[in-house]
Design a protein around this ligand. Structure first.
Ligand SMILES: Cc1cc2nc3c(=O)[nH]c(=O)nc-3n(C[C@H](O)[C@H](O)[C@H](O)COP(=O)(O)OP(=O)(O)OC[C@H]3O[C@@H](n4cnc5c(N)ncnc54)[C@H](O)[C@@H]3O)c2cc1C
Length: 455
């Protein structure tokens, strides 16, 4: 049973999904709050790096490593215990698109995974469109890479607020870990949170969802099963729990992926929830874990699979949160035209993989025949927040429309954007200027020197 749009919309009274220009400040009530308070507190400025990266997914890791490689002092803030975002805590275990030529940070990640036999062999895109890896080991590879590059890492630490001055200049971010709230004063900030937390909190313009109704690309839960003897398998859905899947027609889109010996990962589509809303995301997690047992029960009971539940990823996989409006908004038309830019700093090749937002079946926004794109470029301007002086972004929250995101969201392209954002931030620090005042050809040249293939 999929949620009706009505259910979605009332639940996401929790956070309007329509494209917004300037979100309310974080901490403000999301809906019709009966009451409001103002609070203030004096906190220490604990960290003063050149570059602060908020969010430690693949984009954030690439940004932090690249900025450090350029000689900047870098702080990376991650809300969870481990680095990697969708690729680790989200349980996604495949690099899609072209894995060669994404830049030296991504090359080093691949080389480390190869050393420990944790990634499948390279084949050029489109001969192969993905490489599987071990997501538990990736978390360790990423953390070690950051430490080698001397990036200061804060785990279990959440970005919570921002101080913005004249001209959209961010002076400090407020983060909160177990030591309580502390300020980070940096020269350049890079929002890699996926949900554009920094930009939304700053009140900078963001875009969300599809234009007609604001519905985001669906989330998916990654669940894991162990192959066991038939008598050790389920069923694991006791009578009266949830809503068992009775037949194939009511099974949500479920893709079965490899997950090492005697194991599989199941990717289960969970549409119609808003990842930028506290209650929306909570409901998505609850729904996803229930759905996991319902789907597993179907495979065990109806299809007689000798599988045992081996857990699911700590957090649901999020394809779309919010995208920051940049100096340029990359569009579907740009991708279809294989548009090249003078200030190109990244390249994408992956098809327009836009899962349909309003049902849980194997449906897509575009027909299969319309999904392929020629290689296209992403300009530096799509990584510079329009309303900010010193805010860059990379990864899922870059400046593009929903269908541009449906391709550019793959990890390879997110890594490439991250590396470019890190290079631009560090260069801006060196030149004592802001990213939009840089000569974009200088950023492009460094991207090329560091192994980023733009054509
Ligand atoms: C179900 C699913 C399957 C996918 N399959 C593939 C695939 O097979 N191949 C592929 O290449 N791509 C795939 N993708 C896409 C890809 O995994 C992601 O788009 C990409 O990894 C996003 O990287 P990111 O760094 O932009 O964001 P994320 O990975 O989401 O990283 C954001 C990071 O910021 C942190 N963060 C968020 N808010 C805060 C805050 N306030 N304070 C501090 N930290 C914060 C998060 O914890 C997270 O670590 C898939 C995505 C999903 C959801």
């Amino acid at each position: 049973m999929s949620l009706s749009r009505r259910t979605f919309m009332s639940r996401s009274a929790l956070g309007a999904l329509a494209a917004v220009g300037g979100a309310p400040r974080a901490g403000a009530a999301e809906d019709s709050a009966p009451d409001a308070i103002t609070w203030s507190r004096t906190i220490p400025v604990r960290y003063t790096p050149d570059v602060a990266v908020l969010g430690g997914g693949i984009a954030g890791v690439a940004a932090a490593c690249a900025a450090a490689q350029s000689g900047a002092s870098v702080l990376l803030v991650e809300r969870f215990a481990i680095i990697g975002g969708d690729l680790t805590t989200g349980g996604v275990a495949a690099f899609c698109g072209e894995t060669a030529g994404q830049g030296e940070v991504f090359d080093e990640i691949l080389a480390d995974l190869e050393k420990i036999h944790a990634v499948t062999a390279y084949q050029p895109f489109p001969k192969a469109d993905h490489r599987n890896f071990d997501h538990h080991l990736l978390a360790i590879v990423l953390q070690e890479l950051l430490l080698r590059r001397k990036v200061k890492l804060l785990l279990h630490t959440r970005f919570v607020d921002v101080r913005v001055g004249a001209g959209g200049r961010i002076s400090e971010c407020i983060v909160c870990g177990k030591s309580g709230p502390e300020a980070v004063r940096a020269k350049q900030f890079i929002d890699c949170t996926g949900e554009a937390d920094v930009a939304r909190t700053a009140g900078f313009a963001v875009m969300k969802g599809r234009p007609e109704d604001g519905l985001p690309l669906p989330m998916s839960m990654m669940a894991f099963v162990r192959h066991v003897e038939p008598e050790e398998a389920g069923p694991q859905l006791p009578e009266g729990w949830f809503a068992p899947v009775r037949d194939k027609a009511s099974l949500p889109m479920t893709s079965i992926w490899p997950n090492g010996p005697r194991s599989n990962a199941l990717k289960i589509k969970i549409p119609m929830f808003d990842a930028t809303s506290t209650e929306g995301l909570t409901l998505a997690e609850i729904r996803a874990r229930r759905r996991t047992l319902e789907v597993l029960d179907y495979y065990q009971r109806v299809l007689k699979k000798p599988w045992r539940y081996d857990g699911c990823s700590p957090q649901i996989g999020i394809r779309e949160g919010a995208r920051i409006v940049g100096d340029y908004v990359l569009t579907l038309a740009d991708l279809r035209a294989g548009k090249m830019f003078e200030d190109a700093i990244a390249r994408g090749v992956y098809p327009l993989d836009g899962h349909k937002p309003d049902d849980d079946q194997r449906t897509y926004i575009l027909k299969h025949s319309e999904m392929k794109v020629p290689p296209y470029q992403i300009p530096l301007r799509s990584l510079i927040a329009k309303d900010g002086a010193n805010l860059l972004m990379a990864g899922r929250c870059f400046s593009g429309d929903q269908l541009a995101l449906s391709s550019a969201r793959v990890s390879t392209t997110c890594a490439m954007m991250g590396q470019a954002a890190g290079i631009a931030a560090a260069l801006a620090v060196q030149k004592q200027t802001d990213p939009r005042r840089l000569d974009p050809r200088a950023v492009r040249r460094i991207v090329g020197e560091r192994g980023g293939k733009l054509t």
